[in-house]
Each structure stands twice: as structure tokens, then as C-alpha cells.
Design a protein around this ligand. Structure first.
Ligand SMILES: NC(=O)c1ccc[n+]([C@@H]2O[C@H](COP(=O)([O-])OP(=O)(O)OC[C@H]3O[C@@H](n4cnc5c(N)ncnc54)[C@H](OP(=O)(O)O)[C@@H]3O)[C@@H](O)[C@H]2O)c1
Length: 340
């Protein structure tokens, strides 16, 4: 099986690296020149709190910087950030085999739609990565949380599901990927809270003020989903509709009830935090921005999400100028409530 990964950053290198360890899978990573030079020299190191580090030697994995390298791939995993999807699809279009299966392993609600628009003859599937992956040093990617990858059920995705499982990754084929994406969006509303907090996920989720910020965002999102007739999938032990109430519980009670949610490496942070550290644009418009737009389409407002998106955009500008600040939980909550 030949697999190309378009957009080899944290998720692309994590998935591509695991798949490349299989003898019957050939992986080509397509990414930026500096990142690909590191992989060509050192290969990849894949770490997680749960097992020994895995190393993928450079001779097990091909690297490229142009979409032409996806020619001949049976499966193309798209792992660029949402704002790069259309450009990536246009670059891929002239090169993909007619029967190539394209899989979006991105957050946000519209990436598969964009891929279908730009690649009308190809089969495009929706995937979902439930956990967090960060680059800890060049060529090393750390998985900080757990969960099963999810992918559209059916014949086109079945070989990939089998390859991911054979590579030791937990994976589920699902018939309800649209509902899964909405559930993931609810979880991803925490990315902005975490990015602005400046503290690791476990400490941030252990703090009631930060959790209340997330609860405000989720409550607005759930109201917009209801108005749109959407029911998010239940991905964990708690029904999505109950999450805002759970998040607001006092720290001691939350810590006891939400053990699974807090089973996070002590150093893990959201990839939006990493984007701010590196002065890169974030995906907040595909997360908080999506909730604001959906609410507006149904005559609702989503002020906490709008305010959080504005604060992240301020932080993007500050980080590009080499600055930025960390928000304490009470400060962030006051800022959201001021508009809410
Ligand atoms: N990281 C996580 O923990 C996580 C977890 C679940 C889901 N996700 C989702 O997975 C997707 C990818 O996230 P990520 O964290 O892996 O992002 P990332 O680390 O920024 O990786 C994307 C990489 O693709 C490169 N790229 C963009 N357009 C390209 C093109 N046309 N050709 C070649 N390379 C290109 C980017 O370079 P530039 O930066 O120079 O554009 C970047 O190096 C996002 O939708 C994210 O929300 C991430």
C-alpha cells in the first residue's frame, strides 16, 4: 500500500511514521523543506507516555516538498491546517491517481467538503484524530493524550483502517463521522482556552475558572447545534449535552469524576499553543469562528466564542511581534463574561 501524507507536521508525521513501520506500507511525507530535511537525515521519533519511543529510520520513509510526490499513492492523508486545505488540494489535483482515496485527518467541519470541491473525481473520506500531538524537537513527535482514530466506515477506507490497526494505532470505522466532527469541535473549543492560558492541558483542565471558559463556549455551541438540528456523537463517558455542567463542578469533584479527561501527560498542550509560540496563524476561525457563524445562521449569538476568537487573534499578532501574554483563569473568565 502506498500512502502519501500531504502536510507533514505533527499529525502527518505521527500517522505517517507509525504507518511506515509496516513492511507492506510505503509512506511519502510531503512537507516544508526544513522539516523534510530533518526527516531525511534523522528519520522520525514517535513518543507517548504509554510506550517506549519508536524510531523510524530515514530509509523507511520517503520525503518530498511537492505534491507531485503523491502520484501513484493509493491513499493520501491530508494533514495541513484548515486554512491550507484548498491550496493543498489544488496542488494535489494534477497528480493524484483517479482511484486514489483522499482522507482528511483534520479538525474543523468543512475540510472534506473543500477537498471534494477541488478533487471532484476522487473518493474523499473524513477522519478524526482524538488526541494531541506536538513536535518536541525537530523530528520528534509526542502523543500527549489517548483515544481511537476514527474514519468513515466502508470499502474505500477499509485498507487504511487495517493498516493503521496493524501499525498499533487504535482506530474505529464509523458510520456517523459528521456527528463525530461536531463532537470533536466541542472538545476543540478548549484549544483556544489552553493556548491563552499558557499552562499545560492537565493543569488548565484542573482549574475551574478555565473549565468555566470552556463550558461557556460549549453551551453556546450546543445551542447552535440544536438550532441546526445537529446531535454531536458521544465520544467519551459523558453525553455532550452534560459536559458544560460537569466542567463547572468544583475542582475536587471534577478531578474525581473526570479521571479519563485528565489522563493527559503533564506537559501536553494544545497545538494552538504551539502555533502561538511559533508565530503561526491558528485555526481559531475553524473552531470558535465556526460556532459564531453557525449561531448567527440560526439567529443566535455566541459572545464567549466571539470574544475568545478575538483574543486569540490578538495573541497571534502579539506573537508575530515576539510578545504575548498568559491569561490566568479568573482573568480569562472575566474577559469572556464581560461580553457574554
Ligand atoms: N496537533 C494536534 O494535536 C492535532 C490533534 C488533532 C487534530 N489536529 C488537526 O490536524 C490538522 C493538522 O494539524 P497539525 O498540528 O499536524 O499541523 P502542523 O503541525 O502545522 O502541520 C501541517 C504542516 O503542513 C505544512 N503544509 C501546509 N500546507 C502545505 C502544502 N501545501 N505543502 C506542503 N506542506 C504544507 C505546514 O507548513 P506551514 O506551517 O509552513 O504552512 C505544516 O508543517 C489540523 O486540522 C489540526 O486541527 C491536530
Amino acid at each position: 500500500m502506498r500512502i502519501a501524507v500531504m502536510g507533514a507536521g505533527s499529525i502527518g508525521c505521527h500517522l505517517g511514521g507509525h504507518l511506515a513501520r509496516q513492511a507492506d506500507v510505503e509512506v511519502t511525507l510531503i512537507g516544508r523543506p526544513a522539516a523534510m530535511a530533518v526527516v531525511a537525515e534523522k528519520g522520525l521519533t514517535l513518543t507517548s507516555g504509554r510506550r517506549e519511543p519508536l524510531h523510524v529510520s530515514p530509509d523507511r520513509i520517503a520525503v518530498a516538498t511537492e505534491a507531485a510526490a503523491a502520484a501513484g499513492a493509493d491513499v493520501v492523508l491530508v494533514t495541513v491546517k484548515s486554512d491550507g486545505t484548498r491550496a493543498a488540494a489544488r496542488e494535489l489535483a494534477p497528480h493524484l491517481a483517479p482511484d486514489a482515496v483522499v482522507v482528511s485527518f483534520q479538525n474543523g467541519l468543512h475540510n472534506a467538503e473543500v477537498l471534494r470541491e477541488e478533487l471532484p473525481q476522487r473518493t474523499v473520506l473524513t477522519g478524526m484524530v482524538p488526541y494531541n500531538v506536538l513536535q518536541t524537537e525537530p523530528g520528534t513527535f509526542h502523543q500527549g493524550t489517548g483515544g481511537a482514530l476514527m474514519l468513515d466506515d466502508g470499502a474505500p477506507g477499509a485498507p487504511l483502517v487495517a493498516a493503521l490497526a496493524a501499525a498499533g494505532l487504535r482506530v474505529e470505522a464509523r458510520a456517523d463521522m459528521r456527528a463525530v466532527q461536531y463532537a470533536k469541535l466541542l472538545m476543540n473549543l478548549n484549544n483556544a482556552v489552553n493556548a491563552l492560558s499558557g499552562v499545560p492541558l492537565r493543569a488548565q483542565l484542573g482549574d475551574r475558572s478555565y473549565r468555566t471558559c470552556l463550558a461557556l463556549c460549549q453551551r453556546e455551541a450546543l445551542a447552535a447545534f440544536r438550532a441546526a438540528g445537529v446531535t454531536p456523537a458521544q465520544l467519551g463517558a459523558v453525553r455532550p449535552a452534560l459536559m458544560p455542567r460537569l466542567l463547572r463542578l468544583p475542582d475536587a469533584v471534577f478531578t474525581r469524576l473526570a479521571k479519563a479527561m485528565l489522563a493527559i501527560d503533564a506537559t501536553a498542550r494544545s497545538s494552538m499553543w504551539e502555533d502561538l509560540q511559533r508565530g503561526r496563524p491558528t485555526e481559531v476561525d475553524s473552531l470558535q469562528g465556526e460556532v459564531v457563524a453557525l449561531a448567527a445562521r440560526h439567529g443566535l449569538s455566541a459572545p464567549a466564542n466571539a470574544r475568545l476568537a478575538a483574543l486569540v487573534h490578538e495573541a497571534e499578532r502579539a506573537s508575530q511581534d515576539g510578545g504575548g501574554r498568559a491569561w490566568s483563569g479568573p482573568e480569562l473568565l472575566a474577559a469572556l463574561r464581560a461580553k457574554a
